[in-house]
Each structure stands twice: as structure tokens, then as C-alpha cells.
Design a protein around this ligand. Structure first.
Ligand SMILES: Cc1cc2nc3c(=O)[nH]c(=O)nc-3n(C[C@H](O)[C@H](O)[C@H](O)COP(=O)(O)OP(=O)(O)OC[C@H]3O[C@@H](n4cnc5c(N)ncnc54)[C@H](O)[C@@H]3O)c2cc1C
Length: 552
């Protein structure tokens, strides 16, 4: 059942076995994991079925350095479906090494290993509509694929692993009817949780304060509570609930909000492959189930250990769009179409470089020189992306020469100095707003620097071409657009020791028996992988364990 809190009288006491806060990827997956069971589930969702300004502005907050992080009301959506209403759909599991303690990666190590999440990945993959859970080309394709770069053989990198793409599935639109039909699930829209209320001993949640924007107040009571409000908002809710635990729930050791990670990412260099055009494949391979898959150049776990650096992948990429010297009509079309591309996607496509008239004119000239290429691309984007149910995932430019830049995506070191905290400003519901102070470390710069150097050396050794880049520009390029947007990781990290973590291996807050978290907030390290598939897998794992806990 889906109901609207604005239609309730106010003063209501809502009761359930399990109460989930947030209906994004994590909250909806948890609810689906509990659907059609004897467990009574209540999902409290701040937004409605569509985006509305007043609700979205509850996410507004401050950032310490605008060059390094986007405002917190961008790159997240406060509505039913959460941020999956705008996500890109790139899916891949974490690598086994990501769970390990690595002495060269300070603060690394999960209290679980990959085998604890593995059983939940196949269903997570299905919920994300990314097809089979197979992430190597050998497992995903029973036909040989053309090599990604013919002649590239490296002891440090593999081109065998894949990323698979979701539709991208908007979890709200896709699973709304399923949730509506489940007899044991109630989703309450426009229901903002503003505070978590503990008992006097501080070891159990008694109830949640729930408010609508029009001022109705309600109370949610349950045996188990789950925060699935996204990686930043989970920390905000814990920090803002301080009437019993004075520093916020789970925060007696000042860990909540710290270790905040995104990913370090950027585009760099010129990779030239001295081989015929068809010997490099920078596009998608479509699996037999119709899923777009793409190979990447991934640093092997052995190399990470030997080189003592973090996880790293790179993709073949087009030249920088803003620089018209690429003479590419399609890239210039994208530059000129900037105003119709949403902020979250335009930022990395275009950057914040100011366009001057001369530059604009050069782009217009490129466009005029290649009108057929531009028209063909516009048609492809309309047909295969805008109007398609399963969307072509990204901009792939068919190369006219084997010349690419590299788009890298790397693990970020968990560091306590990178954090979110509360400010004295409050939102329309009286809840303190967030301030985001995202920081990167020398370890992050070192990971990217050493990985790129290894790759350049391997390409030269294979005698297939050259990767030219300016090592002095690495730090600038990996922070040119700031932290990778939308990946909010680590603010309520998982661990065995309450002195250095917020939740235990089961995602339950240390010392609070009935409060758990379903979010990338619990990841102790970030991996190279985009987080959502693992968020969904961990949500399903939590649903399974809470189901058996409440049915006992
Ligand atoms: C532009 C963009 C592209 C992305 N692309 C990818 C990608 O390709 N691959 C990938 O893995 N990830 C991607 N992501 C990240 C992905 O969207 C998130 O990892 C995912 O949505 C997180 O799920 P979640 O449920 O934790 O949070 P969300 O999806 O943000 O859901 C949180 C929910 O909680 C609700 N809520 C918040 N506060 C309250 C409250 N106080 N009371 C009640 N409800 C509340 C919100 O309204 C929302 O519905 C992308 C993100 C962006 C912005």
C-alpha cells in the first residue's frame, strides 16, 4: 500500500515490525526483500512520486570548498525512488581485495569478506535490471569479443572485467506497483523523519519523529528501524538525534560523518595506438540478454598489493569537450547543447571553464564542418537514449584515429579529516543542515600517479603506441571537477571496534539493539566500483537477517 502522510489526521502513531527510513535504492530493495512475508513493514519516505522544490530544499547545506564538492542538494534526489531517478546505472561488484585490511591503505579493512555479500549480488543485479551476475567477459559472453586494445598485454592490468548497465532503473517507477500490491508493506510518502528517539539507557530506539512540510506530526514505532536515507542523510539523522546520546547516536567516539569518501576521478593524457582503426574497441558489447556491457583497464589485486596502492580502473575516453582543437563536430555539439544537459551530467562533460566568444565560434565551426556526424549522433541519442527503455549508457565517439584520453576512477583513502557535520542553520522542519568538508590525501594522488605510470610503461613495452600525459597535472586533473558526485560513502562505517566504527558486521549501530543502516554510509572503503549494486546487495542481506530476527 502507498499512502500520503498529508492525508493522515496528524498525531498518528504508526506501528510496524520493521520501519525503513527512505525509499531509494536501499530502502526499496529492503522492502522488496521483505515483501509477501509475515513481517509488517512501514517505509517512511520524505518525498512524493515527483520531485518538488520544497522537499528537495531540505537537502540544501554548505560545503567547505566549492571547488572540491558540489552543493549537497545536487547529486541526490529527495523523492520516492531517491537518487535512482537520475543515476547512470553503471553496475559492478566490489573486488575481493576491497574488503581486506591493507597496511598500505590506512583505515582499510571490512569486518566481513566478499563471501558475505556474494550470495546477495545476483538478486541485486536483477533488481538493478543489469542481467546476469557475471562480470568477466569470459563468464558474460559465450562468444569471443574483439580485443579492447589489440596487442595490449600487461602484467599489471586486465581488460577482462566488465561493467554492466542498468536501464538505468528508477527504483520508484519500476517497483511502485509491486510495493503497492504487497499486503505487508505500507509506504508513507511526504513523511520526513526528523529525529530518532532512544530509550533512557540509549540502547534501543523507541520511536521516530515524523513531520510533513505542512506541520503534521506523527510517531513511528517498530521493533527494528533501518536508516536508508542515503550516505549523507544517514549521518545527518544520527548527528541530529542527540537528546540521549549527546554527540548524536553512535557517535560517542566522534566517528559519525567522518571518513567521508566519494571516488577520485578525472580525464587525462593522450593515448595513441599505432595500429589500424579496428584494433581498438572503446564501445559497448551487448550481452545476449540485451545488457550494455563495457570493458575497462583494471589494475589487478596483485599489482595493488605489490605496488602498495589503491584500486584503480581506466576507460578509453574522448578528448576534452571544451577544447575545440579536437575538431570533432559531435563534441562541439555537446558543448553547444550545454544548457539542456542536467547539472549532474554537465559538470563533468563541460567543467566550469568559462566559454568565451572565440571558443564558442571555434565549436560552431567544428559543427558546420561535420553536420552529418552531428546529425547522426543526435539521432542516435534520441533513438537509443532519450526514447529507449534501456538507454545507451554514455557518449561514445567512434574514433577517426586511434587517439583517446583516459577516464580514470580510483579508490579514495578513508580519512577522518574528510567529513560531514551539522551547522547552526536549520531547514524548514527545524533540522540542522549539513556542511560537507570532503578531502583527499597523498595516498589518493599516489594511487593515480603510480597506476598511470605503470600503464604508460606497459603500453610502451607492448610496442603498440604511447600514453602521453603530464605527471605534474595529475593532482589538478583528479580534482578538476571535485569529488565524484553522487557516491556518498563511509559516513557511518562498518567495523568490529566501536571506537573506530559506527555499525557492526551486520550493519547494526554498536550498542543500539534495534537500529541498522542500509547505505553506502557503512562501506569502510570505497573500492574503484560505483556503489549502488553493493548498496542493494547489503540491503537485501540486512532484510534477510532482520526477517529472521523479527520472526523469531
Ligand atoms: C548523476 C548521478 C549518477 C549516478 N550514477 C551511478 C552509477 O552509474 N552507478 C552507481 O552505482 N551509482 C550511481 N549513482 C549513485 C546512486 O544514485 C546512489 O548510490 C544510490 O541512489 C544510493 O541509494 P540510497 O538508497 O542509499 O540513497 P537514495 O537513492 O538517495 O535514497 C534515499 C531516500 O531517502 C529519502 N530520505 C532522505 N532523508 C529522509 C528523511 N529524513 N526522512 C524520510 N526519507 C528521507 C530520500 O527522499 C530518498 O528517497 C549516481 C548518482 C548520481 C547523482
Amino acid at each position: 500500500m502507498i499512502i500520503d502522510a498529508r492525508d493522515l489526521p496528524g498525531g498518528d502513531i504508526l506501528r510496524a515490525d520493521i520501519c525503513i527510513v527512505g525509499a531509494g535504492a536501499a530502502g526499496i530493495s529492503m522492502a522488496l526483500g521483505l515483501a509477501d512475508t509475515a513481517v509488517d513493514v512501514l517505509v517512511l519516505e520524505s518525498g512524493g512520486l515527483k520531485r518538488d522544490k520544497a522537499t528537495q530544499s531540505l537537502y540544501a547545506g554548505a560545503v567547505a570548498d566549492q571547488r572540491l564538492h558540489s552543493p549537497p542538494d545536487t547529486y541526490r534526489q529527495r523523492r520516492f525512488g531517491g537518487t535512482t531517478t537520475i543515476w547512470g546505472g553503471r553496475c559492478m561488484p566490489l573486488d575481493a581485495i576491497d574488503f581486506e585490511y591493507r597496511d598500505f591503505m590506512p583505515n582499510s579493512g571490512w569486518p566481513i569478506d566478499a563471501s558475505a555479500v556474494l550470495p546477495f549480488y545476483p538478486r541485486a543485479n536483477r533488481l538493478c535490471e543489469a542481467g546476469e551476475f557475471s562480470y568477466t567477459q569470459a563468464a558474460a559472453f559465450d562468444r569471443p569479443l574483439r580485443p579492447m586494445i589489440d596487442g595490449f598485454h600487461s602484467p599489471h592490468f586486465t581488460t577482462d572485467t566488465l561493467e554492466r548497465f542498468s536501464c538505468p532503473t528508477d527504483f520508484g517507477a519500476r517497483y511502485r506497483h509491486r510495493l503497492q500490491a504487497a499486503p505487508n508493506i505500507r509506504v508513507l510518502l511526504h513523511a520526513n523523519v526528523t529525529r530518532i528517539r532512544l530509550n533512557a539507557e540509549g540502547n534501543q530506539v523507541q520511536f521516530l519523529d515524523v513531520r510533513t512540510l505542512a506541520g503534521k506530526a506523527m510517531t513511528a514505532m517498530a521493533g527494528q528501524f533501518v536508516l536508508a536515507a542515503g550516505g549523507l542523510e544517514v549521518a545527518r539523522l544520527l548527528l541530529a538525534s542527540r537528546d540521549v546520546q549527546q554527540n548524536g547516536i553512535g557517535n560517542s567516539r566522534d566517528v559519525v560523518g567522518r571518513y567521508y569518501m566519494c571516488h577520485v576521478a578525472g580525464t587525462i593524457g593522450a593515448l595513441t595506438i599505432d595500429r589500424p582503426l579496428g584494433s581498438v574497441w572503446n564501445g559497448y558489447d551487448v550481452s545476449d540478454e540485451g545488457i550494455y556491457c563495457r570493458r575497462r583497464i583494471a589494475l589487478t589485486p596483485e599489482t595493488q598489493r605489490r605496488q602498495r596502492i589503491g584500486n584503480f580502473i581506466a576507460r578509453l575516453h574522448h578528448p576534452r569537450i571544451t577544447d575545440p582543437s579536437h575538431r570533432n563536430a559531435i563534441l562541439s555539439l555537446l558543448f553547444l547543447a550545454k544548457s539542456v544537459i542536467p547539472y549532474e551530467y554537465g559538470k563533468r562533460l563541460h567543467g566550469d571553464e568559462k566559454a568565451n566568444f572565440a571558443r564558442w565560434l571555434q565549436h560552431a565551426r567544428n559543427l558546420v564542418a561535420g553536420p552529418f556526424d552531428a546529425a547522426e549522433f543526435a539521432w542516435h541519442m534520441l533513438k537509443d537514449r532519450k526514447l529507449a527503455t534501456r538507454k545507451f549508457p554514455s557518449i561514445i565517439i567512434k574514433p577517426k584515429a586511434n587517439l583517446f584520453s583516459l577516464d580514470f576512477h580510483a579508490e579514495q583513502q578513508p580519512s577522518p579529516g574528510s567529513r560531514v557535520e551539522l551547522t547552526s542553520e536549520v531547514d524548514a522542519l527545524g533540522m540542522a543542515r549539513l556542511r560537507v568538508d570532503w578531502r583527499y590525501t597523498a595516498v589518493d594522488v599516489d594511487t593515480v600517479t603510480r597506476a598511470l605510470a605503470l600503464l604508460a610503461a606497459d603500453i610502451a613495452r607492448c610496442g603498440i603506441g604511447a600514453f602521453a600525459y603530464d605527471p605534474a597535472a595529475i593532482e589538478f586533473e583528479m580534482t578538476r571537477y571535485g569529488a565524484y558526485g553522487g557516491h556518498h560513502i563511509g559516513t557511518a562505517r562498518m567495523g568490529r571496534d566501536p571506537a573506530s566504527s559506527v555499525v557492526d558486521a551486520g550493519c547494526r549501530i554498536h550498542g543500539v539493539g534495534n537500529l541498522s543502516i542500509a547505505s553506502a554510509a557503512v562501506f569502510p572503503t570505497s573500492s574503484q566500483a560505483n556503489p549502488t549494486l553493493t548498496v542493494v546487495a547489503l540491503a537485501l542481506r540486512l532484510a534477510a537477517s532482520l526477517k529472521s530476527a523479527v520472526s523469531r
